[in-house]
Design a protein around this ligand. Structure first.
Ligand code: WT7
Length: 646
């Protein structure tokens, strides 16, 4: 259904111009910026000046295809730019973080507070032997200490590697090992709808037989009992006591690593996406100000978890480098009531809200009575990220949250791009519901056919990025070859995003979805190969194939076809067991909604699983070409039985 809707998207003709008052007070008011930015290097050279550098760069870009080096020769520190820099003037006592706990507790940290605590914790890490270049894993709930830990690492030049708190101990272990981390920062637990997720227990399990980790720092959040290993583990509140709050920020080369963030791809093993200090910070700082039209007095709320790139770029580095006031909420949108988001907006007079289509569709389902009973008049701009937003959800967001006065910025980007790449610039770009509009100034993208030839307007193809951009990933951690193979090989000369998109007569872009074996569940990237290997890890499973199935709220859900080893009974209880096994191996975000057990999977004569047909079956539509199948009976059997279940 959703796919059909997306096919018909180009018929979406509604156009929304920036309200004149918004335009006349906007950070960017001159549409000529799009043309000016065609001088790409001059444009980004200019943007670099918004940060404070210990040493200016000699050259804006050195492009050794496909390896970029931005702001060559420049030295800076990301934490310094997010904190110390703001202490010199009026921002010193401005709220940097307004934290709202799930239980209703609250903490406000000014820029001065945050700078002090970051410096202290950086000194703690230093005392554990953490030096420039050492990797630190952060496995935390959405609490201020997560941000403090990130910035402390940045201050020392120790790349952080945040692992989303919803990942299982197995997934955590993979990341600890790949990064060869020296320290893990975690908390005893994390609140979710009043329950406790045992983060420390997961860390303990993950670290069994792992030798690289020397210290585990535990923030007390839930205060339930946890095991502490006397040599290895320590409490955050104990080690931070009486520690000096003076810690010089390490001068980093612009091209030094700022962090690693793991993301799913088409193979079973997640990739460690590497971002650097200089280019990344210029990219997220510029886009954060321009896309969200940031003003000094704004109260900005990004609902993403720090475990994802959105949390890195638009909860931490973008907004804090711009001296913004950031709202950080720990919990679920329906706890204790379904109006929790609207309550928070009313309470803190939030002016900019950045959230995901899956959340918007959920709110739509809950009904407009929840937002309408709260005062949302402080809002002036709305944002969307993570997956295509369908025009219905866009209109609902526009009307019921934005009161028909707030522009919506639909921002397309990726973990790898680091910064927003396609988006309206809200004071100048007319909006079309469902389209991420046009590339950000200084960014050039194209839609091409499989050989790399641009397709004419009105048509679709693969979305590629033509030129290097400042916040682009530097490489895949420890694996330059994988970087080249994954992003720069499928289509000659350009960066392949993995997405399929169309562009219309006005040159507006419409994302259709992933063109590769990646499923987008609630805006989170799940690799089919990862779920498949989790399933095959179960003793009863012979083979597994997963596809994305259109889901009303989540965008897509995981549909798994599983063939069972001979001699094993096909029982319903096995389905529950398999789902639980995926949760154990990866985390609940990857749990398949549907598992279909079968004796065999449909294959081509050369033995390749025909995912395309499985997708047709999962979506309940007529199957495409079946002539290359080895045995048509298999697929007919699947189709008949799955259709019968509906
Ligand atoms: C994939 C990247 C970037 C932050 C969150 C996801 C999809 C992202 C949009 C959008 C349509 C979008 C793409 C992309 N995506 N934003 N506004 N419209 N699709 O980061 O996990 O790296 O996933 O998310 O498919 O490739 P990610």
């Amino acid at each position: 259904m959703e796919e059909k809707r997306r096919e018909g998207l180009l018929e979406e003709k509604r156009l929304f111009f920036p309200p004149s008052e918004f335009h006349s007070t906007a950070v960017i008011q001159n549409p000529e910026i799009y043309e000016l930015a065609h001088e790409r290097e001059t444009f980004w050279d200019e943007r670099g000046k918004r940060l404070e550098w210990f040493k200016p760069w000699d050259k804006v870009l050195e492009w050794n295809h496909p390896f970029a080096n931005w702001y060559v020769g420049g030295k800076l520190n990301a934490a310094y730019n997010c904190l110390d820099r703001h202490l010199k003037g009026a921002r010193r006592n401005k709220a940097a973080l307004i934290f709202e706990g799930e239980l209703g507790d609250r903490r406000v940290l000014t820029y001065q507070d945050l700078q002090r605590e970051v410096s202290q914790f950086a000194n703690v890490l230093k005392s554990f032997g953490v030096e420039k270049g050492d990797r630190v894993i952060i496995y935390m709930p959405m609490i201020p200490e997560a941000v403090i830990a990130m910035l402390s690492c940045a201050r020392l030049g120790a790349p952080h590697c945040v692992v989303f708190g919803g990942f299982s101990s197995d997934a955590l272990k993979d990341r600890v090992l790949d990064a060869q981390a020296k320290v893990v920062v975690t908390s005893d637990g994390s609140y979710r709808r009043g329950n406790i997720i045992p983060l420390k227990e997961n860390v303990d399990q993950a670290l069994r037989d792992v030798s690289c980790v020397e210290k585990v720092v535990v923030v007390q959040r839930t205060s339930h009992p946890v095991d502490m290993q006397s040599e290895r583990d320590c409490w955050y509140h104990e080690v931070i006591k009486n520690v000096s709050s003076v810690c010089p920020a390490e001068p980093m080369e612009a091209d030094d690593m700022l962090f690693i963030l793991y993301t799913s791809g088409t193979t079973g093993k997640p990739k460690g996406v590497v971002h650097t200090v200089g280019g990344y910070l210029v990219g997220v700082s510029t886009t954060h100000e321009w896309v969200f039209d940031l003003k000094e007095e704004d109260v900005y709320w990004c609902t993403a978890d720090v475990g994802w790139i959105t949390g890195h770029s638009y909860l931490v580095y973008g907004p804090l480098s711009n001296g913004a006031t950031v709202v950080m909420y720990e919990g679920a949108p329906d706890y204790p009531e379904k109006d929790r988001y609207w309550e928070i907006i009313e309470k803190y007079r939030v002016s900019i809200l950045y959230t995901a289509p899956t959340a918007i569709r959920t709110f739509m389902k809950w009904g407009e009575q929840y937002p309408s009973s709260r005062d949302l008049t402080s809002l002036r701009l709305l944002g969307s990220v993570g997956e295509p937003i369908n025009p219905e959800a866009w209109m609902w967001y526009y009307k019921h949250i934005g009161g028909e006065r707030c522009p919506i910025v639909d921002t397309w980007w990726q973990t790898e791009t680091g910064m927003i790449m396609m988006t309206p610039v809200p004071g100048i770009t007319p909006l079309k519901p469902g389209s991420c509009t046009v590339p950000f100034p200084g960014v050039r993208v194209e839609i091409v056919d499989p050989s790399g030839n641009p397709v004419p307007k009105g048509e679709g193809g693969y979305l590629v990025i033509c030129d290097p951009w400042p916040a682009m990933l530097k490489t895949v951690y420890g694996n330059d070859k994988r970087y080249v193979d994954t992003y720069w090989s499928d289509i000659p000369g350009v960066y392949f995003t993995g997405d399929e998109a169309k562009w219309d007569e006005d040159g507006y872009f419409w994302i259709i979805g992933r063109a590769d074996d990646v499923i987008n569940v609630s805006g989170h990237r799940i690799g089919t190969a990862e779920v498949e290997s989790a399933l095959v890890d179960h003793p009863s499973v012979a083979e597994a194939a997963c596809v994305g199935k259109t889901h009303e709220i989540k965008g897509q859900s995981v549909f798994a076809f599983v063939s069972i080893k001979e001699g094993i009974e096909i029982e319903d209880s096995l389905i529950h067991e398999l789902k639980a096994h995926v949760v154990l191996k990866i985390g609940s975000l990857a749990r398949p909604d549907d598992i279909f057990l079968t004796a065999e999977l449909p294959k081509t004569r050369s033995g390749k699983i025909m995912r395309r047909l499985l997708k047709d079956i999962a979506e309940g539509r007529t199957m495409g070409d079946t002539t290359t199948l080895a045995d048509a009976a298999v697929v007919n059997f699947l189709k008949k039985n799955i259709d019968a279940q509906k």
